[in-house]
Design a protein around this ligand. Structure first.
Ligand code: T1G
Length: 694
């Protein structure tokens, strides 16, 4: 295997080059190689200074995350950093790409730091449920100040080189060849006897005496439920209050505590899952795909407009078709408003908005879709209409064009069957708002060809989505599992819970909001329409659970009508509605259920374990290939808390044995019709295994 770190002399400068593709992660060999390089430069009399630089597309992108959870191997990164800082000869870090995590902690322990203008530097450890564990929380405040360090470390967001220079992190922005500039800087440091800036000897400037409390308070909502951000604040506080060595010692203790935490294990799982999910088991990574250079979108409504924006944002021209001009006008007006809002917020330039708008061409004529490579239909959720649309598309679109439906639950195989090209038909289920939500469920039909769904996975990534490949069933993966949570929450309303209790429990579990607040926001009429559409498939008890029907029959659809499960003031602030409480209590009487106290724990178990059990059935049926597919659906489509890793990872964390026992408990309480353990879950639980530890 090629050496991951080399040492070479360029005149009197020792150049330490890291070459550990794909991102120069700080594996044990890289750490040892850097330390050996510094030792070599120190020992050789004709070496007067050193440069640390990287081959490949980026400077070091951090510790090797794959090593976490394994026994730590020397040399430990904090020690390598200290070794660099203590070097009596100038050491210059030469940065390109993204210097992240340990990849910034190494430069912070160097005496000088230079970068190309396109470089970015950051400490993203918090996104992995960690904190910078090699001096980042102690050195960054010393060069950039406490407030800036708190912002960088708790957000994990990298900063561009120019801003990093202004913050005092970088000494120079380089034009032209980075290595040549680094050699020149190193020689200058020697010739001009520049004092070696050892960051650990600087003081961390406090912006205000209460900066830490103020920062924690100001970010409470964003940090809700997370452990790591607060530990980051604690460690930066140590940098301001303790001698460097003590601060480092405490940083290490906190790092090890976080690394061992369930939250960090979950967040590291998510990091790899969102990269693994686009790989389709059984298909080679280089599976041929079809070129998508132009797209047609049918339906200029909320979903169609959002989908059109996704492609325009990626520079792909879109033909947006609808049946009436005023539908098109309305749709384009909404798209225009969405972009204008982003421009107004300063996160989109006007000329970019204009370019994107120009890429979206409205049309009333199917004929205009004859040359597109992909069509995504987002018309009314009615099978007859879908079949009519696909018949027309099949007649108009060129051979090889992919025809996709955005349906959230209708059967893709039935739609494909009315075309002459079932192998080119699939589902591409976007989540509302389509231009914002990152999840894309790519639904492969029984006859969809592999290169078609491989194309959908690839184009999904191109437009910035996290695509998950799923199979055909009612609700695919996300909505099928959501239906179980909805059912159980509806039953608990009948049995003794109230909407606000359930919402509080689900919110405190870590979701952005509870199911009833969510329903009021989306519009109860949507759920009501779905319930009526599926009424024949419901069980007797579900049919008799008419709480939602009663609320909707009064015209209470939620925020948009001023009341739903909650009452809303003019600012849409929600308060529990006593009328709803009375309606629910009377409903329990009507269906002969004696209300009882429902504990918060029961709410968590019935809402979440019902989904876990359904997820296990989805795995058994092959609707999802892996548990990580299900986790990614819930993380990116429904706001499942990332620090729990998704429903299947969470199940492993609490233990499938515990989940299984609870399922048996609810089978006795609620009925086997709803709570029969999935055979896969039962087998894994009895074997003491998990979905991930087969
Ligand atoms: N360790 C191991 N593998 C990594 C990795 C890492 N740090 N970063 C990326 N990879 C793999 C990734 O899994 C993928 O593998 C391939 O590289 C390309 O990545 C002590 C403790 C650098 C911005 O959190 O943000 O330092 O799927 O698809 O879109 O204080 O990777 O091809 O097999 O993401 O161009 C802190 C994490 C670590 C940075 C590049 N650093 N990485 O994005 O490519 S903790 C991070 C990224 C730490 C110290 C602490 C991105 C990227 P595969 P990719 P990309």
């Amino acid at each position: 295997m090629a050496e991951v770190v080399t040492f070479a002399k360029e005149g009197s400068v020792g150049v330490i080059t890291v070459n550990n593709p794909p991102v120069n992660a700080l594996s044990q060999a890289v750490r040892a190689g850097i330390k050996a390089g510094i030792a070599k430069g120190m020992a050789e009399a004709d070496v007067s200074a050193m440069v640390i630089i990287c081959d490949g597309r980026t400077f070091i992108a951090g510790a090797d995350i794959r090593e976490f959870g394994k026994p730590p191997m020397e040399p430990h990164l904090p020690d390598v950093c200290q070794f660099i800082e203590d070097c009596p000869k100038p050491v210059v870090a030469a940065i390109h790409g993204t210097a992240l995590g340990g990849g910034l902690e190494i430069p912070l322990s160097c005496h000088f730091r230079i970068a190309v203008a396109t470089a970015k530097v950051g400490l993203p450890e918090v996104k992995l449920g960690l904190l910078p564990g090699a001096g980042g929380t102690q050195r960054l405040p010393r060069v950039a100040g406490v407030q800036a360090a708190l912002e960088m470390i708790t957000s994990g967001t990298p900063v561009a080189a120019a801003k990093a220079k202004a913050m005092g992190i970088l000494d120079e922005i380089v034009d032209g060849d980075l290595k040549a500039a680094a050699l020149a800087f190193a020689r200058k440091a020697v010739d001009e006897k520049l004092p070696l800036r050892r960051v650990s000897r600087l003081a961390a400037k406090l912006d205000t005496p209460t900066v830490f409390e103020d920062f924690a308070k100001a970010n409470a909502r964003k940090f809700r439920g997370f452990l790591a951000p607060y530990k980051c604040i604690e460690s930066v506080k140590n940098a301001a209050e303790l001698p460097f060595a003590e601060g480092m010692k405490k940083e290490r203790e906190i790092f090890l505590e976080l690394q061992a935490s369930d939250q960090s294990k979950a967040q590291r799982h998510v990091f790899f899952a969102e990269r693994e999910v686009v790989r389709i088991p059984g298909l080679p990574d280089d599976q041929p795909t079809r070129a998508i250079t132009s797209v047609g979108v049918l339906g200029a409504g909320t979903m169609g407009g959002g989908i059109a924006m996704c492609f325009a944002n990626a520079g792909i021209p879109v033909k947006l078709l609808d049946v009436k001009q005023d539908f098109l006008d309305k749709g384009l007006a909404i798209i225009q408003k969405n972009y204008a809002n982003t421009v107004a917020k300063g996160s989109l330039k006007q000329e970019v908005m204009d370019k994107r708008m120009s890429l979206i061409q409205p049309t009333l004529a199917y004929e205009d879709l004859k040359d597109v490579d992909l069509v995504i239909e987002a018309v009314f959720e009615d099978m007859a209409i879908k079949k009519e649309v696909f018949t027309k598309l099949d007649a108009v679109c060129k051979p090889g064009a992919i025809l996709a439906s955005n349906t959230s639950y209708l059967n893709i195989d039935d739609i494909a069957a009315i075309t002459r090209r079932p192998q080119d038909v699939m589902g591409m289920h976007f989540f509302s708002p389509a231009n914002v939500m990152r999840l894309l469920e790519n639904v492969r039909g029984a006859r969809t060809s592999p290169d078609v769904y491989a194309t959908a996975m690839k184009i999904g990534k191109t437009i910035g989505k996290v695509p998950v490949l799923v199979g055909v069933c009612d609700g695919f993966v996300g909505n099928r599992m959501l239906a179980k949570r909805t059912r159980e929450c509806g039953f608990m309303l009948e049995e003794g819970a109230l909407p606000w209790q359930i919402d509080k429990v689900i919110y405190n579990f870590g979701f952005p909001m509870g199911p009833y607040q969510m329903g009021d926001m989306a519009g109860l009429d949507i759920g009501w329409r779905n319930r009526k559409a599926k009424f024949s498939t419901l069980s007797d008890r579900e049919k008799k659970n008419t709480i939602l029907d009663k609320i909707c029959e009064m015209g209470h659809f939620g925020q948009k009508t001023g009341s739903g499960f909650y009452k809303y003031d003019e600012k849409r602030n929600a308060t529990p509605d006593p009328m709803i409480e009375e309606l629910i209590i009377n409903h329990s009487k009507d269906v002969g259920i004696t209300r009882r106290t429902i504990t918060d724990q029961e709410i968590v178990e019935r809402a979440i374990y019902s989904m876990i059990n359904e997820g296990a059935k989805i795995l058994e049926e092959g609707i999802a290939a892996r548990p990580l597919d299900i986790d990614v659906v819930w993380l990116y489509g429904y706001g499942f808390p990332v620090y729990l890793g998704g429903p299947m990872f969470y199940a492993d964390t609490i233990g499938l044995g515990k989940v299984y026992d609870a399922i048996l408990k609810y089978r006795d309480l609620v009925g086997a019709e709803y709570w029969t353990p999935s055979p896969l879950l039962e087998k894994l639980a009895k074997a003491g295994k998990g979905f991930y530890s087969k």
